[in-house]
Design a protein around this ligand. Structure first.
Ligand SMILES: [Zn+2]
Ligand SMILES: [Zn+2]
Length: 252
């Protein structure tokens, strides 16, 4: 699996950090997890082709994880050199169908193409893993919003987990157990935590309890984003610690 962190920022507008978006290339397909503001341009900046996207997964419905879905579909409809014929899959936690229907009510005619779209709603508590080309997909609830979930991809060489937004959660620890790479949100500092989000010590605790090989910190608010971040996480976790940058590529 090739993982690209396209956006590593939050609601705070910053030149260096777009809003949340992660692209995974596995089994010949391009999967996108979250589409915050700037994601489509960020894919281009990261050397990825936005028209190549096969599947889109949302962790939750906050705008900093979803707004560029409209932009992506609009650009697929009017910005591609060749008309798309292959299907596009969209999935998110319950009640994703209701959420997507309301997006379509506003933008549907403008952004929807002639190609087939398959919309699926994922039961928040999870089911048996879904088989995707080259990997298996599973998910579990996070502690953030009523619908929020985290995702796990198991490939031939190890597992990749992306938390989306969460505070400390046993369910996320369970999902991440034994993973090779945990891309985890780390929004605010320990002395001024942001509600429903993790801090360096919380991210370290999840990584330690899940016993992952490598932790990559994302969803970085300016209040936590300084040179001391890695050492703060290392106080509670002994594995490899990486601070995400927009365009960061990881092999799992
Ligand atoms: Zn959120
Ligand atoms: Zn967020």
């Amino acid at each position: 699996m090739e993982v690209t962190v396209v956006g590593s920022g939050t609601v705070v507008p910053r030149l260096g950090r777009r809003q949340s978006c992660v692209v995974v290339e596995a089994g010949g397909e391009t999967l996108v997890f979250d589409l915050g503001s700037g994601a489509v341009r960020g894919m281009v900046r990261s050397g990825l082709d936005p028209f190549a996207v096969d599947r889109i997964f949302f962790t939750h419905f906050h705008p900093d994880h979803t707004v560029d879905a409209v932009n992506l579909l609009f650009t697929i409809k009017y910005g591609a050199e060749e008309e798309r014929t292959r299907p596009l899959h969209l999935a998110g936690p319950e009640p994703f169908r209701r959420f997507w229907k309301s997006v379509l009510a506003v933008w549907g005619e403008t952004m929807s193409g002639e190609y087939p779209t398959h919309v699926s709603e994922l039961p928040r508590k999870g089911t048996a893993p879904l088989d995707l080309p080259g990997c298996k997909l599973s998910w579990a609830p996070t502690e953030h919003s009523p619908e929020s979930i985290a995702y796990r991809l198991d490939g031939p060489e190890g597992a990749f987990v992306y938390t989306g937004d969460t505070e400390y959660s046993e369910s996320v620890v369970g999902l991440a157990r034994g993973a090779h790479t945990l891309l985890i949100e780390c929004t605010g500092p320990d002395d001024e935590p942001l509600p429903h989000h993790l801090t360096p010590s919380g991210a370290a605790r999840v990584a330690r309890e899940a016993d992952v090989d490598r932790v990559v910190l994302t969803h970085l608010h300016p209040s936590v984003d300084d040179d001391s971040l890695v050492s703060k996480v290392r106080e509670g976790y002994g594995g490899e610690v990486v601070v995400a940058e927009d365009g960061l590529r990881l092999r799992v």
